[in-house]
Design a binder for this molecule. Structure first.
Ligand code: ACO
Length: 310
């Protein structure tokens, strides 16, 4: 690993102000705060107002990340937007964000990999930067999950929240060096979490739950082997925030100490492609540590990454 490695030099997150507690669902569904909290670890989530789109939240996070990185929008060479809730089918949400980033003329595209979208995007950014094709990439994960939820479906509506996160990625420098990204997909499970045309999200919760644990364990073991790491070498494992019990099951199987697993699930719920950059913003930057990240989602997609904090 050297100064040619792609590095996240700054990140930012945005959560809409409207907080929705579990008790909201008790008013019209056969559910309870205790059922939701015990089965998922979620206490509340943020919901965007009706006229706010994924691009609006992504733009706020992107501007903040660029400000922190001291990068002018003109300097951005490529914009990648990971989202499963695009503003509309065409143009891409990335194109809409580019048009609102003053002075930015960068090519831009969406990445559709559901909750694994941010790590899928990170792999694209790493490859473009290390090949020398681009020097500065803006990666955004933004989701308006409420636009694809059926408010009457108690098994899905309780699980998700809206939000956005963004990262600026460059070659070298201080921040989080991206040492390795691995990607995977099991298309046989495509039907277990989907949004058929004109319909709302449909999910086979137990199948997703079991597969997430199995793939999470596999990814962590693979990354530890590839990077020759023991659990002692890892400071944080940044899990996609879907359900506290998925994380706890993986922790138990791999003997991962609690303090290595920061969470936001209690107050964000599952924000899909925005979840990992939001989580990243919730922890202090500690230098000279190895971090790992693991994600899984519809597809069935899964992904992992190893970083060095510099
Ligand atoms: N309140 C009360 N009861 C409920 C609720 C609710 N909100 N939702 C479901 N139930 C009921 C079910 O109807 C079922 O009732 P029944 O036994 O009478 O049929 C009972 O609770 C048990 O249901 P299960 O599905 O077995 O509950 P489980 O313990 O598996 O928890 C959950 C359900 C929370 C959805 C869990 O399966 C889960 O978290 N799965 C993973 C979901 C996930 O992470 N999805 C996102 C993936 S990332 C992405 O790409 C978007």
């Amino acid at each position: 690993m050297d100064s040619k490695s792609a590095t996240i030099i700054a990140s930012a997150a945005y959560l809409p102000p409207k907080r929705v507690e579990n008790s909201h669902f008790e008013t019209y569904l056969n559910t309870s705060d205790s059922w939701i909290y015990e089965r998922t670890g979620i206490k509340e989530r943020r919901w965007a107002e009706n006229d706010v789109k994924a691009s609006d939240m992504g733009l706020i996070a992107a501007k903040e990340a660029l400000k922190k990185a001291q990068i002018d929008p003109k300097e951005v060479d490529l914009i990648l937007v990971a989202t499963m809730t695009p503003d509309q089918p065409l143009p891409s949400t990335a194109a809409i964000i580019q048009s609102k980033l003053e002075g930015c003329r960068a090519p831009a595209m969406d990445i559709s990999a559901a909750c694994s979208g941010y790590l899928y995007g990170l792999s694209v950014a790493k490859a473009f930067i290390e090949s020398g094709m681009y020097a500065t990439i803006l990666l955004i994960g933004c989701e308006k999950m409420t636009q694809v939820l059926d408010p009457e479906d108690r098994s899905t509506v309780i699980l998700f929240g809206d939000g956005a996160g963004a990262s600026v990625i460059k070659k070298g420098g201080s921040g989080l060096r991206i040492d390795r990204v691995v990607l995977g997909l099991d298309g046989n499970l495509a039907g277990s979490l989907c949004i058929p045309n004109g319909k709302k999200m449909q999910m086979s919760g137990q199948e997703i739950f079991k597969t997430a644990i199995q793939k999470g364990v596999e990814i962590i073991e693979l990354l530890m082997e590839q990077e020759m790491l023991s659990m002692n070498d890892i400071r944080y494992i940044l899990f996609h925030q879907a359900n506290i019990r998925i994380m706890q099951n993986i922790q138990k199987r791999l003997l991962i100490p609690e303090e290595k697993v920061p969470t936001t699930i209690g107050y964000t719920a599952n924000t899909s492609a925005a979840s990992i950059p939001i989580l990243l913003q919730s922890i202090p930057h500690e230098k000279n540590h190895r971090y790992m990240s693991v994600a899984f989602g519809a597809g069935f997609t899964y992904a992992g990454a190893v970083f060095t904090s510099l």
